[in-house]
Structures are given as structure tokens and as C-alpha cells.
Design a protein around this ligand. Structure first.
Ligand code: BLA
Length: 246
């Protein structure tokens, strides 16, 4: 379902000078024990970003996922870019989340970074349904203008590809603007907030159980710790508690 969006994302990263980093073989791509499930990962070094990861999970009609997170350099306080797209083929259900994930939640920060996302949000009302969150806290690391919908084939086929293209453009535009603007948060604060983001996401991300069911606990543990949220400050015991793994 998301092949063309994956290609668009990776191509746009490459056009910005992104180079893919070496990954251990079993992280670059890994086949699950259960069903026909393949996960493929990219780790990009992109000028202006300290880390940019992309994940594609293909479990056929059960589930397709495109997930990506971009962490700007510490001397740039622009939001983290977050993409999480899920297509449950059998049920024909889409979960789509696209956001500029704010480091802090205040008027001044929103005023500096959100003009683009605000207009994108109003352009795609069908992707901004008033959907409530079960695992995450909408007031932490999510913006009031995120594109978030639980939809179906219409949204997946028609609105999403258009919104995705504009979303990427909008994030690159913000990045370009930042080269001419002084950040208000210090590099130390940005570093701490980006690390907190990893810890928060590590504790809340509803995907851990899903990964464990496809790929087993031991691979999942390593993957989540080393690839998805390497800066998270959580001990293993908490991981098992918070990820609902048994
Ligand atoms: C929800 N994301 C989910 C769900 C799964 C994943 C299984 C639950 C689906 C549902 O609510 O019906 C899957 N999450 C993944 C996968 C990865 C992952 C496969 O991290 C890793 C490869 N999630 C993000 C990012 C954002 C995000 C970057 O990883 C921000 C744009 C958002 N995902 C997000 C939100 C929900 C979600 C807001 C709904 C969760 C809720 O209801 O609280």
C-alpha cells in the first residue's frame, strides 16, 4: 500500500544529500517467524539531521507499515518529524499519523514552527478527524495540528499520497528557513528533549507487542532498543512492563 510513499520519502532524503548508513544485517531486513512478514529499515545520515530512520513492515494483507522519524541536529530546535502509516488490508483500515512533533508545547514555539503544518491541516480535513489517542498523550510530543485519521481505502488512496507529498515539502521548507533563523532552545535543551522523546516513545509506543508477535521477544527487544529509540533512558524491567510483552 505504501510502496510509492516509501520511494518518495527515501528519494527525497537522497536528493537532500542523505547517505544510508550500514546496519547490522538482521536490522537492515528481517523476516518474521509468523506468517509472511518482512521488516526493512534504513538509517540515513542527512545534512542538518543527526538521525533519520525509516521502517517498512510488510505483513501482506494483515498489515503494511511505513514509519519514519527525523531528528534535527542539536543546534536546530525545529520539531522532530514523525510519520506512522498503517494499512490493515483485510479490514481495509488505515491509521495515518503525520506530525511535526514539538519539543516543547508553548505559543512562542508553535508560532515559530507551525505556519506550514497549520495550513496543511486545514487543507486535508479528511485526514484530521477528531480521533482520540489511547496509548500516547496528545499534549506530549504531538502538535495540535497533526494529521491523524483512522480511515479507509478512500483516504489511503486519494488524500494520503497528496498530503504526504506536501507534508514532506513543508518539513523541508521549515528546515531551510531554520538555516537563516536562530533557535531559541539551546543545543543542550534540544539534546535533552530529543532524548526524552525517545524515552517517552519507548514507553508508550503501541507497536512493541505487535513486533514481538511477528519477530519474537529477543529480536524485538534489540530492535526497539538499538534502532527505534536508542536514546531512551529506560531499564529492561520497565520495558517489559510498559510494552505489555509477556
Ligand atoms: C498507533 N502505531 C500505532 C499502532 C501501531 C503502530 C501498531 C496502533 C494502531 C491503532 O491504534 O490502531 C505501529 N509504531 C508502529 C510501528 C512503529 C511504531 C510499526 O513506532 C515502528 C516501526 N507513532 C510513531 C510516530 C508517530 C506515531 C513517529 O512511531 C507520530 C507521527 C503516532 N501511532 C501514532 C499515534 C497512534 C499510533 C498517534 C495512535 C495511538 C493512540 O491511540 O494513542
Amino acid at each position: 500500500m505504501f510502496e510509492s510513499l516509501l520511494l518518495e520519502l527515501n528519494t527525497s532524503i537522497e536528493m537532500r544529500g542523505g547517505e544510508s548508513s550500514e546496519l547490522p544485517n538482521d536490522i537492515r531486513s528481517f523476516r518474521g517467524k509468523r506468517g509472511n512478514c518482512l521488516i526493512t529499515n534504513w538509517l540515513w545520515q542527512v545534512p542538518g539531521f543527526r538521525r533519520w530512520r525509516v521502517t517498512n513492515l510488510n505483513a501482506g494483507d494483515n498489515l503494511q507499515v511505513l514509519n519514519s522519524v527525523a531528528y534535527p541536529d542539536y543546534d536546530n530546535d525545529q520539531p522532530i518529524m514523525g510519520i506512522d502509516l498503517l494499512w490493515f488490508g483485510t479490514k481495509k483500515k488505515l491509521v495515518a499519523v503525520l506530525d511535526f512533533q514539538p519539543l516543547v508545547q508553548n505559543k512562542e514555539y508553535f508560532g515559530r514552527h507551525y505556519d506550514g503544518l497549520i495550513s496543511l491541516n486545514s487543507k486535508f480535513p479528511e485526514l484530521c478527524k477528531n480521533t482520540s489517542m489511547h496509548s500516547f498523550d496528545p499534549k506530549q510530543y504531538f502538535s495540535p495540528w497533526l494529521l491523524f485519521c483512522r480511515g479507509g481505502i478512500e483516504e489511503a488512496r486519494f488524500s494520503l499520497p497528496r498530503a504526504f507529498n506536501e507534508f514532506l515539502k513543508c518539513y523541508w521548507d521549515l528546515h531551510n528557513q531554520m538555516t537563516n533563523r536562530a533557535p531559541k532552545l539551546s543545543p543542550e535543551e534540544v539534546r535533552r528533549l530529543q532524548m526524552d522523546y525517545d524515552t517517552y516513545s519507548y514507553q508508550r509506543d503501541p507497536a512493541h507487542g505487535l513486533f514481538a508477535s511477528y519477530f519474537g521477544k529477543s529480536w524485538t527487544n534489540k530492535f526497539v532498543r538499538s534502532f527505534l529509540f536508542p536514546d531512551s533512558q529506560v531499564d529492561e524491567l520497565n520495558f517489559y512492563k510498559s510494552s505489555k510483552l509477556k
